[in-house]
Design a protein around this ligand. Structure first.
Ligand SMILES: [Cu+2]
Length: 222
């Protein structure tokens, strides 16, 4: 009996027994005329706690972490969340300062800060960006051309003929460091979208445009 109690006590001490869940909503407040913000946009949690990012309105939001503690070796990002109630949760174990934004609304100031445990000291964080990663990798290597024209596979979610865009759920794209994501791409004018529809399995190629965007340069059924 004593042993059992001791074991139980050790397990309790070793696991984050009091890990909590927090919710950050992605919203627009029409009354306050405040558009597209995180609520709250500043939060402190403890290591082992989970944050649920919830699209609390009908409208496309996502969450991407662009500053993380140096020892975090993972891209923390959600797929695009289109509908009210869709959410993305992540359990934070590495202490420090994290910064995030909603990609579609970053330019409008939809950003936030998360502190896990204690804030990072200067130099203890690093910048990450799912868009910059591929370009950086291309800069260092002789296979720059291959990395600059990333290829991927995935499934078509929808095609918008008027806007000439394709929404894809793509598989991980190694050369860009992208995990599985649902993204909308504008197709080059030479790409014929008329034969594609929802559910098609496709292979595609991308071309970097500017600093942080990609267009679709080829699309083929698999
Ligand atoms: Cu947003």
């Amino acid at each position: 009996m004593k042993n059992l109690l001791l074991t139980t006590a050790l397990i309790l001490a070793a696991t984050p027994a009091f890990a909590k869940d927090f919710t950050i909503k992605e919203v627009t407040d029409d009354n306050a005329k405040k558009q597209n913000f995180f609520l709250p946009d500043n939060l402190t949690i403890q290591p082992g706690d989970t944050v649920i990012f919830e699209d609390a309105q009908d409208g496309p939001h996502d969450v991407m972490f662009n500053v993380v503690p140096k020892t975090v070796d993972e891209m923390i990002m959600s797929p695009t969340m289109e509908k009210k109630g869709e959410n993305f949760s992540y359990t934070f174990t590495v202490p420090g300062t994290y910064k995030f934004h909603c990609h579609p609304h970053e330019a409008l100031g939809m950003t936030g800060t998360l502190i896990v445990g204690t804030p990072s000291k200067p130099g203890e964080t690093k910048k990450v960006s799912h868009h910059d990663m591929g370009i950086k990798a291309a800069g260092d290597h002789h296979d720059a051309a291959a990395a600059a024209m990333p290829q991927g596979t995935g499934k078509i979610i929808s095609v918008d003929a008027d806007k000439h865009t394709v929404k894809l759920k793509h598989d991980p794209i190694k050369s860009l460091g992208w995990p599985v994501m649902t993204m909308t791409f504008t197709a080059d004018s030479g790409v014929d979208l008329s034969s594609f529809k929802e559910g098609d399995a496709v292979a595609f190629a991308l071309k970097p445009v500017g600093k942080d965007d990609y267009t679709l340069t080829s699309l083929k059924k698999q």
